[in-house]
Each structure stands twice: as structure tokens, then as C-alpha cells.
Design a protein around this ligand. Structure first.
Ligand code: BF8
Ligand code: SF4
Length: 628
């Protein structure tokens, strides 16, 4: 029986690293959390407004309205919609960057098309002619059509056609069919400007539409184009946790979300000349590992090992063996350059979107990217020679994992069981049959971040174990997927924690009980998975015993994601309260009101044990309603 890495073991390591931080005179998120708590109650409840300079205004017993007359519902609703807009902008702008890389591809260029079949399928979907054309001409036109999804003056997101007809009709009827991505973001900012919408329901509806422009727009584009450029992931073995850092090697850590540059960094570390250079400096070689969603991306495509998730980013530097941390965009602590200064670590930013004082900035340029990456690896090799042996502490914990389960691989695995491949889309029927028969009770997508408001990774871990025990299959992305990796939950040996039914399915299909589907943009893969299951079952997405869970979410991207998931008819269980508590109307709207619009809503509970119970109850209620 293989052993998990428990949360207590992870906490022990963090405590030891914290001692190192104190010795090095470095500050970490634990220190800063202390200085920020208790949090400002007005902000926490979402009833502080600074949308104009008459304010800031806040709602209190003394003042039930801001100077302009906006009440708690308007203020909390506007703040909430602004979060969704920011989250949508982040995921989608990342997708836009990737589209520009696709637009720059050439046969002899630094970036090429790796998945031609996927490009051709997308070209057909986009109405781009392919016959007799050079694949790179097709790629460029596909990129242009994709870029138009951001600003086209008329029409809706093309990928909404991938959703079941029932959803498309509902979105049209409810007026939440997403238009151009930038338009939904701009409309959200416009609606929330001083003197515009004060009606909470209207704000929530625009939140649903803006979320949809992310899920069935920006994020889905990001996933598709990343697959075309760097290959659709396949099952790969990897490892996770701080033990993937190597004492005798040059450690280069890639961190962030957009894999365009980190792909080049990974390739650069494999160059023989650089490997040799590392050896002349006394290292055994170069070890590239990842953090956050960049780690998910490169691990699914190269098996690159994962040093950890969001709240582990400082721990990586505290080991004293991080020779370089190279970041791109999103979820990067601005605290890192100062922390790196306490060690020998070179901290490099690469995107104009994420500039941080104190960092070495090497702005990613498509044409020069490989040379830039090679220069950085040389810099990392040089830094290796400057390590302070007294500051080195590598916790030895790491776990093996299997990652890389996009829909294509899941279908392939199912196909291997029953040979039920019915058309080029494949079929989820074996999974449907297993759920109908009750061998599997249902499926849950566990996604999202860490958040100092709760014990890091504890909720992920407890909820995952309980669901597996109850024969509920898990698909995971983002930092939740990385917890599964660190803990040793997403490898085939971890089946012993599962109930009998799930264990049988895992054996038969030859999969781990937690399927790592990628980064947070790849939650678009989960949408397609659920849509595919609904299609093969012949029911609506809302009816399926499938739900989403974000036990430890923190980012605005997560708010956007939650909105496209409920718009898709899938209930979302949250372990952290959205910042709207100061408005009874907003609380009612997000937990109940959206159910009347999309058929789904939030269930919020900050106690992981109660949350997982409500998830299981929710799944069982869906089964009962289906008569299974
Ligand atoms: O996009 S899960 S902390 S790393 S926001 Fe960030 Fe949250 Fe992690 Fe990936 Ni997603
Ligand atoms: Fe105050 Fe209204 Fe201005 Fe907000 S928009 S800061 S509530 S006056």
C-alpha cells in the first residue's frame, strides 16, 4: 500500500523552510497574512465602493447608501462583476498571446505547428479553407479568426456551438449568449462605472455572459491553440513536490501560466552545449521544474516535474537551490524578487503583463525566444556556482504521478475497454454506463487555488479522499491537480483509497482515480467532457451527477470560471465565500437566483467536511432525479 504525503508532513516541511526564511531575514506570506488579518470587513463583504472620487463609500448601519445612492446590492454586485471581468480578461488575454504565437509560426521558425490534425479540425470549425493549402497558411488564418473572437463587432463566440443545443437555446433566451470577449469585458466595466447599473440581477446576468465568453471563448481558444502549438497532451509520468529540486543540478523553475516562453526554456535546458557547461561548473546537469499552471502545461507535454502549487512558490526559493525562477504571467507573488535577493536565486520576468520591481526583465520575443532562453539557462548555471551551502535544505518528499488527460485521451482509454468508438468524436458511453449502473456514483471537477484563509491544501486533500471513497471519479486542474500530485493521489497505485466501484473502473480503464486535465484554462476541457457525456447520455448538462468544486479558490479567474460553469448548468461548490456577503440580494442570486436562469448555482461552505457531504448529497440528488 503506497503512502500518501499527508498535509501534516507538508506542513512540517513548510515550518522547516520558515525557519530558513527567518534565518535569512526573509518575509513570507505567513508573515504578511498576520499583518492583514482580521481583514477589512467592508472589503470582505463586498460593500466598499471606490468607483468614483466622491467616495470611497461603504455601507454601514450609519450609511445604507453611497453618496450617489448605490446600496449594498449595487456595490457588492458591481464589485463581483468587476472580478469576473478581470478574471475573464486574464484567461483570455493569455489566449490572445498564444494566438499571436500561432500567427508567427513557420516551418523553419522558432515556433511550429505540432498538432496538425487538431489545427485542421479547428480550421473546419472556423470555416477556414484547408484544401491544397500550406499548413502554415492555414495556421495563420486560424489565428486571425481566433483573434477576431476578441473584438468582432457582431455575432457570438464560435465555440458556443460546441455546447449542447439545450444550452445554446437557453443562453440565447436568457440573453447571456457571449459576444466578442473584449466586448463582454468592456460592457462589464461600463455597467459598473459610476452612474450605471445598480440592479443586482442585471449585474449577475452580465457576470454569467462574461464568464461564458471565457469558458466557451477565451479559455477554450487558449487550450486549443496551445495544443496545436505544443502538442495535445498524452499520459505522462511525472513527479511532484519540493523533492523534485536537485542538490547536484542547476535548478531552473518556470512559474506562471503562458507556456510559450517556458517551452523554450525547457528546450534550452536540453541543449548539449548547456548541459556540458553545467558539468564544467560541477553540476550533474540541468533540472527544469515548474510551479503553478505553467508547471501543469509543461508537465503534461514533457513530463517536467512539479515543485508545487500556489502557496509553495516562496518555499521553492527557501530551499536555497533554486538557481533561477523564470516567470510569465498570473499568480506570481510580487514578493519573490525580494525573497530571491536573500538567496543566490536569479528572478526573471518575461512578460510586459507581469512586471515586478527587483526582477531581471527579459521581455519574451517570439523570434529571439530560443536565444533568450539559452542566455537565461547560462545565467542559471552561473548562479549555481554562487549557492550558499549553509542555506541549502531540500525536503526529500516527492510523489510519482500520471498527468495528461485531455478529452482525447479519456475517450481513447474508454475506447480501449469496449471498443465503442462510434464516430470521430469518440464516445463516453462506457463512463455513462458505469454511472448509470452506479459503479461510479458521479464525477467531480476539483479546481482552483490555495488561500491562506484556510489551511493550505487541507480542503483539497480531505474532499478528494472522501469523494474517491464514495466512488466518485475526480478530474482536476490548476493548483488542486498539483495537490493531488504532491500528495500522491493521481497515480495508479493510489486506487486503494477508492471505493470498490471506482477501483474496478480504474483497473479496467487503466487510469488513476484523479485525472489531471491541465491548467486552469483547461477547465474548458472539463466543459467539453461534460458536454460530451451529456450528448452520449442523451440528457442535459444540468441533469448529470457531475459538479464542480473550488475548495480553496482565491483569484478573480476563479470567479470567472465559476460563472461559466454554472452557466453551463453545473453546480459549483465553494470552500471560500465570494465577497458579496454584505448584500442579501447578491447572496440569494448566486446561490439560488442563477438556478432559475441557468439551472445551477453555488453551494458555499467553509468547512471541508460539510462541503464534501453536500457534494455527495448533490450528486445523489441528481441521480435520484434521473431515476438511477
Ligand atoms: O490559474 S489554480 S492559484 S496557478 S488561479 Fe493561480 Fe489559482 Fe493556482 Fe493557475 Ni488557477
Ligand atoms: Fe460612492 Fe457611488 Fe462613487 Fe461608489 S460610485 S464611490 S458608491 S459615490
Amino acid at each position: 500500500m503506497p503512502e500518501f504525503t499527508t498535509i501534516e508532513q507538508m506542513e512540517e516541511v513548510t515550518a522547516k523552510l520558515k525557519e530558513r526564511a527567518v534565518a535569512a531575514g526573509a518575509e513570507t506570506w505567513e508573515d504578511r497574512t498576520k499583518t492583514q488579518t482580521p481583514h477589512c470587513k467592508f472589503g470582505e463583504d463586498g460593500i466598499c465602493c471606490k468607483n468614483c472620487s466622491m467616495g470611497p463609500c461603504r455601507i454601514s448601519p450609519k450609511g445604507q447608501r453611497g453618496i450617489c445612492g448605490a446600496d449594498a446590492h449595487a456595490i457588492a454586485g458591481r464589485n463581483y462583476l468587476r472580478s469576473i471581468a478581470a478574471g475573464t480578461a486574464s484567461h483570455s488575454d493569455h489566449a490572445r498571446e498564444i494566438l499571436h504565437v500561432l500567427h508567427s509560426t513557420r516551418r523553419d521558425g522558432p515556433y511550429q505547428v505540432r498538432d496538425e490534425a487538431k489545427l485542421l479540425r479547428l480550421a473546419a470549425e472556423y470555416g477556414v479553407k484547408t484544401e491544397g493549402r500550406d499548413i502554415y497558411d492555414v495556421a495563420h488564418e486560424v489565428a486571425e479568426v481566433g483573434l477576431m473572437e476578441f473584438g468582432k463587432p457582431e455575432g457570438y463566440q464560435i465555440f458556443t456551438k460546441r455546447a449542447p443545443k439545450e444550452r445554446q437555446d437557453l443562453w440565447a433566451k436568457e440573453g447571456i449568449m457571449p459576444r466578442a470577449i473584449d466586448r463582454e469585458i468592456a460592457t462589464s466595466l461600463h455597467m459598473t462605472h459610476m452612474g450605471n447599473t445598480a440592479d443586482a440581477e442585471a449585474l449577475v446576468r452580465q457576470g454569467l455572459r462574461t464568464g461564458l465568453s471565457n469558458g466557451w471563448g477565451g479559455s477554450m481558444i487558449g487550450t486549443e491553440i496551445t495544443d496545436i502549438l505544443f502538442g495535445t497532451p498524452i499520459e505522462r509520468k511525472t513527479e511532484g513536490n519540493l523533492g523534485v529540486l536537485e542538490r547536484d543540478m542547476v535548478n531552473v523553475v518556470v512559474h506562471g501560466h503562458d507556456p510559450a516562453f517556458s517551452e523554450m526554456v525547457v528546450t534550452a535546458t536540453e541543449v548539449k552545449e548547456l548541459q556540458d557547461l553545467a558539468k564544467t561548473k560541477g553540476a550533474k546537469g540541468i533540472n527544469v521544474v515548474g510551479l503553478c499552471c505553467t508547471a501543469n502545461e509543461v508537465s503534461m507535454r514533457h513530463g517536467v516535474r512539479m515543485a508545487g502549487n500556489f502557496l509553495q512558490q516562496e518555499n521553492v526559493i527557501l530551499t536555497g537551490v533554486c538557481d533561477m525562477m523564470c516567470v510569465d504571467v498570473q499568480c506570481i507573488f510580487p514578493a519573490l524578487p525580494k525573497l530571491a535577493d536573500c538567496f543566490h536565486t536569479k528572478f526573471v520576468t518575461s512578460s510586459p503583463i507581469a512586471r515586478i520591481p527587483g526582477a531581471i526583465h527579459v521581455e519574451f520575443e517570439v523570434e529571439k525566444a530560443f536565444d533568450q532562453a539559452k542566455d537565461l539557462v547560462k545565467m542559471a548555471i552561473d548562479a549555481y556556482t554562487k549557492r550558499d551551502p549553509n542555506k541549502v535544505f531540500i525536503p526529500d518528499g516527492k510523489q510519482s504521478a500520471i498527468v495528461g488527460y485531455p478529452c482525447e485521451i479519456i475517450i481513447n482509454k474508454l475506447d480501449g475497454v469496449t471498443n465503442s468508438h462510434i464516430d470521430e468524436l469518440g464516445s463516453y458511453r462506457p463512463a455513462v454506463d458505469a454511472i448509470k449502473a452506479g459503479v461510479l456514483r458521479g464525477a467531480v471537477g476539483i479546481v482552483g487555488c490555495n488561500n491562506p484563509r484556510v489551511r493550505p491544501d487541507y480542503s483539497h486533500f480531505e474532499i478528494m479522499k472522501e469523494l474517491l471513497k464514495n466512488d466518485i471519479l475526480i478530474v482536476a486542474t490548476g493548483c488542486a491537480a498539483q495537490l493531488a500530485t504532491k500528495a500522491g493521489l493521481n497515480n495508479k497505485e493510489s486506487k486503494w483509497v477508492c471505493g470498490d466501484g471506482l477501483r474496478r473502473v480504474c483497473d479496467l480503464v487503466d487510469i488513476p482515480p484523479i485525472l489531471h486535465m491541465g491548467a486552469c484554462v483547461d477547465i474548458s476541457r472539463i466543459l467539453l467532457l461534460v458536454a460530451g457525456i451529456a450528448r452520449d447520455w442523451g440528457v442535459n448538462m444540468t441533469q448529470l451527477p457531475i459538479v464542480g468544486v473550488a475548495p480553496e479558490w482565491m483569484s478573480e479567474k476563479a470567479v470567472s470560471i465559476a460563472n461559466y460553469v454554472i452557466s453551463s448548468g453545473i453546480d459549483v461548490y465553494l470552500g471560500i465565500e465570494p465577497q458579496v456577503k454584505g448584500s442579501s440580494q447578491m447572496m440569494e442570486l448566486i446561490t439560488q437566483g442563477t438556478r432559475k436562469i441557468t439551472g445551477a448555482g453555488f453551494v458555499i461552505n467553509t468547512d471541508p467536511k460539510q462541503l464534501v457531504k453536500s457534494i455527495i448529497d448533490g450528486i445523489e440528488a441528481k441521480r435520484t432525479a434521473l431515476g438511477i
